[in-house]
Write a protein that binds this ligand. Structure first.
Ligand code: VGL
Ligand code: ZN
Length: 202
């Protein structure tokens, strides 16, 4: 079975949000059109407590988008975003939600970031998503959402590591950085991910 994974389609990653991905809202009509083509649709939400360690505001003298460190791991420092219960953390109002079977939240531990839908950035704690998908008989995952060079990329990488076939629906994602996405794309292609457009989804 195929599952559609919708990664972090939240207000803060949209134009006007605190960590806006350029043209992030352009994916909305595509992801809504894709959903009825899948038996299983799962979404993720970046869901940080206020004062999360990935926020530049928690690192005196540091600015957003600088490289920092968080408990021994290299960490890009972000503007405050997707704070639990805030409007910015809500799924975008134009995202169709009635077919979402589950929503997996991540980034809740203040001491570690969590880009992937499957694991935290230290690969220490699982979100349970892989077992959930296996339990539903899923063999292949199709990924869409934000941002292509962070959370969609790391989710795709972990899905490959867990043995799923991975299809990256390129026009249903947008990146924070074009160069970052080129590197991510190269890495994923080498690991066996396939890149398709929404029109090519079976
Ligand atoms: C994301 C940076 C920080 C993402 C989440 O969803 O791609 N990026 N937190
Ligand atoms: Zn985040």
């Amino acid at each position: 079975m195929n599952a559609l994974l919708l990664i972090d389609i939240q207000n803060d990653f949209m134009p006007g949000g605190t960590l806006a991905v350029p043209e992030g809202d352009a994916i909305l009509p595509l992801v809504n059109r894709l959903q009825p083509q899948f038996e299983l649709v799962v979404a993720t939400q970046d869901w940080h407590p206020a004062g999360h360690g990935s926020f530049a505001s928690q690192h005196p003298g540091c600015r957003p988008f600088e490289q920092g460190e968080l408990h021994g791991l290299p960490q890009t420092l972000w503007p405050d975003h997707c704070v639990q219960g805030s409007t910015g953390a809500e799924l975008h109002p134009a995202l169709s939600q009635h077919r979402l079977e589950a929503i997996f939240r991540k980034g809740t531990d203040p001491a570690i970031d969590s880009y992937s839908a499957f694991f935290d950035n230290g690969h220490r704690k699982s979100t349970g998503l892989a077992d959930y998908l296996r339990g539903r008989g899923v063999r292949r995952v199709y990924l869409a959402g934000l941002a292509a060079d962070y959370c969609v990329y790391f989710s795709a990488k972990d899905a490959l590591g867990k043995g799923f076939g991975v299809f990256f629906v390129e026009d249903a994602t947008r990146a924070i950085s074009a160069e970052g996405y080129q590197q991510a794309r190269h890495d994923l292609a080498q690991r066996g991910a396939r890149f398709i457009t929404a029109a090519q989804v079976p």
